[in-house]
Ligand binder design. Structure first.
Ligand SMILES: [Zn+2]
Length: 469
């Protein structure tokens, strides 16, 4: 019997509108608890919601960016549930008439993940558990969300990870959300079940995950757990789960609810949303170039290799910076290597790359790349200088002396000095310990204050040491 993973993802994305979905309260992250609320978003009796037009426009933009149809008439519905983070005891969401339907996102291998729908809804507040008590902060209550729901097209945990990264990059490129998973502005619920001929297995839903690696691990775990239940002759129960990061396993939160449990009904305080075709055309005309198209252009027009093009286009801020650097005439290959090699190793988290606060101007960066491409300095020196520019926030002008480099004679003198002053490392190297060379490199770097090109120095050192043998 052959089994396969059947997986779909629901992604909640907080929209970067200035104000909330049904009132004028600010949406900015953080703030003193319960200072960004009003009678509407805290559900006081008699208060009435007014739909924020910008939320509808953002949802349309999102839908168009992932190839959805935009419905002419959409409606808002009440989803009833009782929990302290939601003072109204219902969430205003969309049930049978969402704003967008039937889209898709293509993965790198060509596989398409179909998007069933994108709807708008309000976020709930935040519960804070302290010393056996629970406090509630309603600042997040009424922050606008879109929920992007896929069909169960995902067949491997890796595809799930790639889908989320693609979705994140697209939503950032169109400017509707910062999609910061750590801050919760992009959160995923993942549905997992086992498929295969003659198998009808129940699905489970793993709630509220906020990192790609966590999602990949959770799917791997949950799929193998379900497989072992089925192979042991048991039945997988429908359930809502959470992933325990510490144990790497899923834990049952509650039995899975059906949409019937939520008693959806049309929101009586808000009229249907009519979406004129002119508005859709207008938004469509203003969509920026999307990451996949941009990467394709880099490959075609700039001759960049595909993997690097994707790495650069994954972060909007990086792509904007790279574009400036290229427009200044910098050598594409050198500049690309400095970005995905040096800068990405300095900015190791997703968040740092997306913010891309490097304090290096495109002009300085382009000039540095040109020094390398023109053979004036070695790559190592350029990498080192760039690293120091980023960490010290100093401009290229402060490193001029070093960037003049060393001529062949100066370098040879310095290498001789390194050999003279480090007899132990030299002996070790001559007796076959390759690693001992690094001691000599350290000496040369320090003495030349970074001016020496280490690759060149290695060539000279090896030649001189060979003479000694
Ligand atoms: Zn409010």
């Amino acid at each position: 019997m052959s089994y396969r993973l059947v997986c779909g993802i629901e992604t909640h994305i907080e929209l970067a509108t200035a104000t909330k979905i049904f009132c004028g309260c600010a949406t900015a992250f953080g703030g003193q608890p319960n200072t960004r609320c009003c009678p509407v978003c805290t559900g006081q009796p008699g208060s009435l919601p007014v739909l924020n037009r910008r939320v509808v426009e953002y949802a349309i933009r999102a839908g168009l960016a992932v190839n959805c149809t935009i419905n002419e008439v959409a409606s808002l519905d009440r989803k009833n549930y009782f929990y302290p983070d939601l003072p109204k005891a219902y969430q205003i969401s969309q049930y049978d008439r969402p704003i967008c339907e039937n889209g898709c996102i293509a993965l790198d291998g060509g596989k398409r993940i179909r998007i069933k729908r994108i709807h708008i809804e309000e976020d709930a507040g935040k519960l804070i558990h302290i010393g056996g008590r629970t406090l509630v902060d309603y600042n997040r209550c009424g922050v606008p969300l879109i929920e992007v729901v896929t069909e169960p097209d995902i067949e491997t945990p890796a595809q799930a990870g790639e889908y989320i990264e693609k979705l994140q990059a697209i939503m950032r490129a169109i400017g509707i959300s910062d999609c910061r998973m750590q801050e919760g502005s992009l959160r995923c619920d993942v549905n997992v079940s086992v498929g295969g001929e003659g198998i009808s297995s129940a699905r489970t839903e793993i709630k509220n995950m906020n990192s790609v690696s966590q999602i990949v691990r959770a799917i791997e775990y949950e799929y193998s757990r379900q497989l072992s239940v089925i192979e042991g002759g048991g039945r997988v129960e429908r359930a809502t789960l959470r992933f325990d990061e510490r144990t790497g396993s899923t834990v049952v939160m509650r039995g899975k609810e059906d949409s019937g449990d939520y008693r959806y009904f049309p929101e009586p305080d808000l009229p249907a949303v009519l979406i004129p075709r002119e508005l859709v055309a207008e938004i469509s005309a203003c969509l920026p170039e999307l990451p996949a198209a941009r990467a394709e252009r880099y490959v075609k027009e700039l001759g960049m290799d595909e993997a690097n093009a994707r790495l650069i286009c994954r972060y909007n801020a990086v792509a904007v910076f790279a574009e400036r650097v290229f427009s200044l005439g910098a050598d594409v290959r050198t500049a690309t290597n400095l970005i995905v090699g040096t800068l990405y190793s300095l900015l190791s988290t997703e968040d740092e790359r997306e913010k891309f606060d490097i304090f290096v101007t495109a002009e300085d960066f382009a000039e540095l790349a040109e020094l390398v491409a023109g053979g004036k300095i070695g790559v190592t020196l350029a990498q080192m200088t760039l690293t120091e520019m980023v960490s010290s926030r100093r401009p290229l002008a402060d490193f001029r002396g070093r960037l003049e480099g060393m001529d062949e004679n100066q370098l040879e003198d310095l290498c001789r000095k390194a050999i003279e002053c480090n007899p132990r490392a030299v002996d070790d190297f001559l007796s076959g310990k390759e690693k001992a060379l690094s001691g000599l490199f350290g000496f040369i770097k320090k003495q030349s204050q970074g001016r020496a090109d280490i690759r060149e120095a290695e060539r000279v050192l090896r030649r001189l040491l060979k003479e000694k043998q």
